[in-house]
Design a protein around this ligand. Structure first.
Ligand code: FAD
Length: 449
């Protein structure tokens, strides 16, 4: 194995190959602190040629290579399972904006925030937005097909992608970087690699669509008694506001944790059982329209409406959930998709299961209500409770959902993939993996067992 490090240093120099365990300690543990993985070194290529060379060295020495962007995966996807080396994409960081096609050509290591800062100079932005925007990279977002808070309006990362360059596990460089909106000339590499979690190729560059930065954002924070009530409001809001770009839900447990972070005062009296955050974005501020809409709904217990910069105060309650939960312990994060009308039944099932069988476990549920995406966070899971994760994911399957809505399978859910993908499905995915990564060096132990 040490031969690999020597070969990498010979190719790239010592500055690009980091072996000091202290310096690379943040690369070898995931964002939640749940997953760890030792490696020989972290290599930081600065261009596609160097990525190709690193993949070749790994291939010839049969050394596992785990690609890492911002390391914000919530399923341990960027934490090595079988050692080897980490390939960090962070120095692949060039950005070029093309205003004629309203697209950006980005290196895989560009963070979402960096892209938005650059695009803003032309009044543009990336449509997918996540609370991890300061660290999450475009390469990581493509590899996980990240969803985020504007999914109901613009779709996920796959829908924004019109070009890709990657080094496959075969060592071949494939490039579809013409930036064409329309291109039906055979298999679409961008679609194939998007959501592949680094198991087929290392993404080096991409071309993504941009949208005009909305002039105004109007946000309502709404207290409700039941999740069914929140769903009725969401369904009606989708009909009334074509430019509705976020519908998020939160529960009391999560809001209490967020409150404890900085002691901020919840803006609506008592913290409610459930609350809803709705955002409309467009050319005008829509306070009156939102107020009128809320007046029509007797499910609304209380509400606050704000806009533009001031609306950040309302978003704070939703955006700080992941941080607040992590402060309370090492969470088991179950990001699942459930048919929207089944969501109340599913969450009732989870509460009853925990109450009866796992009384020490604490559940914090929140998520993207508009697209049926629930983040079930489990705190205080001890070794006797190991089965809880599997039991909840099995129930997701029985409700007709998916065990991963937007975070991917990573290493957290590999044993449960067969719950919502058929044997034929998994077998066919493995066949693709065998062809594109014949020596199985890319992200072993991620996505598949
Ligand atoms: C506070 C917080 C909020 C979040 N909110 C959301 C949300 O709303 N929606 C959502 O979808 N996710 C969310 N996430 C999860 C995470 O931010 C996303 O999955 C993001 O896309 C990961 O980007 P990254 O650069 O950190 O990738 P990493 O964590 O480094 O890697 C993720 C996976 O992609 C692979 N990968 C990374 N770069 C490449 C590359 N260049 N080529 C090939 N494979 C690669 C890795 O091997 C790994 O399997 C959140 C995370 C946090 C911490």
């Amino acid at each position: 194995m040490a031969d690999v490090v020597e070969a990498l240093i010979r190719s790239f120099g010592t500055g690009s190959v980091v072996v000091d365990p202290e310096i690379i300690s943040s690369n070898t543990v995931d964002w939640t602190g749940r997953f760890k993985g030792d490696v020989l070194c972290v290599v930081r290529p600065v261009n596609s040629w160097q990525v190709q060379r690193a993949v070749e060295i790994s291939r010839s020495t049969h050394t596992p290579i785990t690609t890492q962007g911002g390391n914000t995966s919530l399923v341990g996807g960027a934490t090595p399972v079988h050692g080897g080396i980490i390939l960090s994409s962070l120095l692949l960081n060039e950005i070029e904006i093309d205003t004629s096609s309203q697209t950006a050509r980005v290196g895989a290591g560009v963070t979402l925030n960096a892209l938005n800062l650059k695009a803003k100079e032309w009044g543009l932005c990336f449509a997918v937005d996540l609370a991890s925007r300061d660290s999450a990279t475009l390469g990581g977002m493509i590899a996980t097909n990240a969803g985020g808070i504007h999914m109901i309006r613009y779709g996920g990362t796959r829908q924004q992608l019109i070009g890709i360059e990657a080094i496959l596990g075969t060592g071949k460089l494939i490039s579809r970087m013409e930036g064409l909106y329309k291109d039906n000339s055979g298999y679409d590499w961008a679609s194939i690699l998007c959501g592949s979690e680094g198991t087929l190729g290392v993404i080096t560059k991409a071309i993504v669509k941009l949208i005009p930065v909305p002039k105004h954002r109007t946000v309502a924070l709404i207290a409700v008694d039941t999740l069914s009530g929140a769903i009725r409001i969401m369904v009606d809001a989708r009909r009334r506001f074509p430019h509705l770009d976020a519908v998020e839900f939160m529960s009391r447990d999560g809001l209490e944790l967020v409150h404890r972070l900085q002691g901020k005062k919840w803006p609506l009296g008592e913290i409610p059982v459930y609350s809803l955050l709705i955002e409309v974005a467009g050319d005008v501020v829509e306070i009156d329209e939102l107020a009128e809409f809320l007046d029509d709904h007797n499910e609304v217990v209380d509400a606050a409406i704000s806009y533009d910069g001031q609306a950040e105060g309302l978003w704070y309650w939703r955006e700080q959930h992941s941080v607040a939960i992590s402060r309370a312990g090492i969470p088991y994060k179950l990001d699942v998709a459930i048919p929207i009308l089944e969501m109340p039944g599913f969450l009732n099932y989870v509460s009853e299961l925990v109450e009866l069988e796992y009384p020490k476990v604490r559940v914090v549920a929140f998520g993207h209500l508009g697209d049926g995406n629930v983040h079930v966070n489990l705190l205080n899971v001890g070794s006797p409770d190991d089965e809880i994760e599997h039991e909840i994911l099995a129930s997701v399957a029985s409700y007709g959902g998916s065990i991963s809505a937007e975070h991917g399978i990573g290493r957290a859910k590999i044993h449960d993939l067969s719950l919502t993908r058929s044997p034929q499905d998994i077998d066919s995915m493995r066949s693709i993996k065998k062809v594109l990564d014949p020596t199985q060096i890319l992200n072993p132990g991620i996505l598949f067992e």
